[in-house]
Design a binder for this molecule. Structure first.
Ligand code: PMP
Length: 362
């Protein structure tokens, strides 16, 4: 049988070992006589799963003790509302939020935040068709902004930050890391809030992670729904409402898998190797094209175009025949996209590169 490699942008490939473990645990978790799906979120079995997941994530990302890790629902798009609802309540209304517009996802964040605050687009990559991050020297920041929002990896545009913004002391950075969290080490202390949907590098859709510095809790607008108030969620150890228990369990298995692989430093090493291999094949001649400036090319999401777009369908059909799945680009930008998250082995990238070379007649 052809080996299958899944290049989906999310929900995305998960480590085979994790899926096998979940299958083995499915009917009876550790002799409890229950599937994890059937457990009370307040019972000792699930609490042990939750606590291990929290502890392992804290260790993997070296999350400092003065940060809370919240396991929420609603995905990245819900956080686009939940973040401003939580961070502008202490300001004179309407508060101002700064944004750097680097592609589709930060664009959606800007639109949603405008319902709760005044938004200032401090810089935009739009004129350059979102092929890089505008240099920080050009950002027009608001002196008393509630916070600065950045999307550190634009999943559709394939643009990834290679720097952490430098802000004056006391200013807060909020980062949407949905599509590259855990792919590289990150200095959490440089950010006030990091959030991300789970369905790329962490586990199944339905779980959203929020890492928030404690002094930022308790600043919510009065209209913020209780279940979305980070302080309420934190005070209740993510169990104010029923958390997405099964997704947390799978995320916990992924965290254990990451630790066995050598953690995020090892992931970064592998992700650099995979990305270099793939971009080299795309850059070999002008048969394919990735338009992102080299220093901002994403290690996770690699959009590319065929020079002759009339070959798109043939390219995808041939890829499918070789077990290379879900390579079609996002409908908003067209072309192709290969997402090469942590769980994509280098063998999968090599198989894609072999096919790229073959299709290009090299
Ligand atoms: N932010 C980023 C960077 C994303 O990639 C996505 C999903 N692809 C979202 C936000 C939205 O996530 P969700 O669909 O889980 O709301």
């Amino acid at each position: 049988m052809t080996h299958i490699y899944n290049f989906s942008a999310g929900p995305a490939v998960l480590p085979k070992e994790v899926l096998a473990q979940a299958a083995a645990d499915m009917l009876d978790w550790h002799g409890s006589g229950m599937s994890v799906m059937e457990m009370s979120h307040r019972g000792p079995e699930f609490i042990s799963i939750y606590q291990a997941a929290e502890r392992d994530l804290r260790e993997l990302l070296a999350v400092p003790a003065n940060y809370k890790i919240l396991f929420m629902q609603g995905g990245g798009l819900a956080q686009n509302a939940i973040v401003p609802l939580n961070l502008v309540g202490h300001k004179a209304q309407p508060a101002t939020i700064d944004f750097v517009h680097t592609g589709s996802w930060s664009g959606k964040s800007i639109k949603e935040a405008a319902r709760y605050a005044t938004v200032n687009v401090a810089a935009s990559g739009k004129a350059g068709a979102f092929t890089g991050v505008p240099p920080q020297s050009e950002w027009q920041l608001t002196p008393d902004a509630a916070y600065l929002h950045v999307c550190t990896n634009e999943t559709i545009d394939g643009v990834e930050y290679n720097f952490v913004p430098e802000l004056p002391a006391g200013a807060t950075i909020v980062a949407d890391m949905s599509s590259h969290i855990l792919s590289r080490p990150v200095d959490v202390s440089r950010y006030g809030v990091i959030f991300g949907g789970a369905q790329k590098n962490i586990g199944p859709a339905g779980l959203t992670l929020v890492i928030v510095r404690e002094d930022l809790l308790g600043k919510a607008l009065a209209i913020c729904p209780s279940a979305f108030d980070w302080k309420t969620v934190a005070d209740n150890e993510s169990m104010y409402n029923t958390p997405p228990t099964y997704a947390i369990y799978i995320a916990g298995l992924v965290f254990q898998w990451l630790k066995r692989q050598g953690g995020v430093a090892e992931m970064e090493r592998r992700n650099i190797a995979k990305a270099e291999l793939l971009y080299a094949a795309l850059d070999a001649d002008d048969f394919y094209q990735n338009r992102v400036a080299k220093e901002y090319r994403s290690r996770m999401n690699v959009p590319f175009y065929l020079r002759d777009e009339s070959k798109n369908e043939a390219f995808l059909a041939g890829a499918k025949q070789r077990g290379l799945l879900q390579l079609k680009g996002h409908k908003s930008v067209g072309g192709m996209r290969a997402s090469i998250y942590n769980a994509m082995p280098i063998e999968g990238v090599q198989a894609l590169v072999d096919y790229l070379n073959e299709f290009a007649g090299r």
